[in-house]
Design a protein around this ligand. Structure first.
Ligand SMILES: Nc1ncnc2c1ncn2[C@@H]1O[C@H](COP(=O)(O)OP(=O)(O)O)[C@@H](O)[C@H]1O
Ligand SMILES: [Mg+2]
Length: 335
């Protein structure tokens, strides 16, 4: 499959082209939470979107879902199976949300109605988009609860969310999200609130179900360990921009961007459990006034005078892309 698939299929279910999002803040100012992101997700592919807190990952997911703070301005393209979603009326967005495109977020309790049986919530997700009888929706919901690993789903159907553990609640949310076989699933930190053992189970469940149904997944996380467990490709986001992307194998074995290297070095698994977790010195720049050149330069151990200008995007030896002046002399520009 070509890296940038054609607009009418070719395996890509989601394509972002030069996507930017500005959010209004007080004093007539704007935060450029996403600044020119180009990214593709293929059918049955899981793409990890990784970066520190405040780098624009959730805003990117919100732009795809049509769920942004009021007054936000979006530029560029969001193509769902070739159809541009940007500028879609809220009514049309409501029709595709939960159908062609679905969201699983960090807190399952926030996604579920506390007063309503979990099974009925899954059945409702079906009936919101499909003209099926209550009975058929109920049968399908029980089947979905079984598929996501809820024991004795027929009996648990009528239980409200508080009778379930965090991990079991997240399974219910996944059942509802996948109820209509979406083309694209946005999973925003889906396991961050869960303990490590449950986290791995949920990630593998997500992987099995989406690969089987051909759903393309954008898996948002600040944790490279999560990416290593289930993703095919990874995009590293810093200060609103994707600074490096490629296959997980390639990016983990040969990280090209100094930020990717710093992120890999800051992961707990790479260090003794007893020691302090190393963090990347400095902080993500204020996105109401992003730096003109490389946004990572102020924290980069390899920064140079030329980093005052925006870095070119370079194709790496492994077929990925990196936006960094360091690679400018050794490779051709990617575009
Ligand atoms: N509703 C909002 N109002 C103002 N600024 C926001 C809002 N949501 C996000 N931002 C800003 O956008 C940037 C990206 O945030 P976010 O997308 O939440 O990052 P991440 O998910 O990577 O932690 C941050 O600077 C954040 O402060
Ligand atoms: Mg976030």
């Amino acid at each position: 499959m070509s890296e940038r698939a054609g607009r009418n299929g070719g395996g890509a279910v989601l394509e972002l082209h030069d996507l930017s999002v500005r959010i209004p803040v007080s004093g007539g100012r704007w935060v450029e939470a996403v600044g020119g992101v180009t990214l593709t997700v293929g059918s049955a592919e899981i793409v990890g979107l990784v970066g520190e807190s405040g780098c624009g990952k959730s805003t990117l997911g919100g732009a795809i879902m049509g769920l942004l703070p009021g007054g936000s301005r979006v530029a560029g393209e969001v193509l769902l199976r070739g159809q541009d979603l940007r500028g879609l009326a809220e009514e049309d967005y409501r029709r595709i949300r939960g159908d062609d495109i679905a969201l699983v977020s960090q807190d399952p309790s926030a996604s579920l109605d506390p007063t309503f049986p979990v099974g009925a919530q899954v059945a409702e997700a079906i009936r919101n988009h499909r003209d099926v009888s209550r009975r058929a929706a109920r049968e399908r919901a029980v089947e979905l609860l079984r598929v996501v690993g809820i024991p004795d789903p027929g009996a648990r159907y009528a239980d409200p969310p508080h009778r379930f553990s965090g991990g079991m609640k997240q399974r219910v949310v996944i059942a509802a999200a996948l109820a209509n076989d979406p083309a694209v699933l946005i999973a925003d930190e889906p396991t961050t609130a869960l303990d490590v053992t449950i986290q791995a189970q949920i990630l593998h469940l997500l992987r099995d179900l989406t690969v089987r149904s051909g759903t393309g997944v954008l898996l948002i996380t600040h944790d490279l360990g999560v990416v290593a467990q289930v993703c095919d490709r990874v995009a590293v986001m810093y200060a609103g921009q994707v600074v490096e992307q490629g296959t997980v194998r390639e990016v983990f074995a040969h990280p090209s961007h100094p930020y990717t290297r710093a992120l890999l070095e800051s992961q707990p698994a790479a260090h003794h459990r007893s020691g302090d977790l190393p963090v990347i010195p400095g902080r993500v720049p204020d996105l109401s006034e992003p730096p003109a050149g490389c946004r990572f330069a102020a924290r980069c151990p390899r920064a140079h005078d030329r980093c005052a200008a925006p870095p070119p995007e370079i194709r790496t030896a492994g077929g990925g892309r990196v936006s960094c002046w360091l690679h400018h002399d050794t490779a051709r520009e990617a575009r």
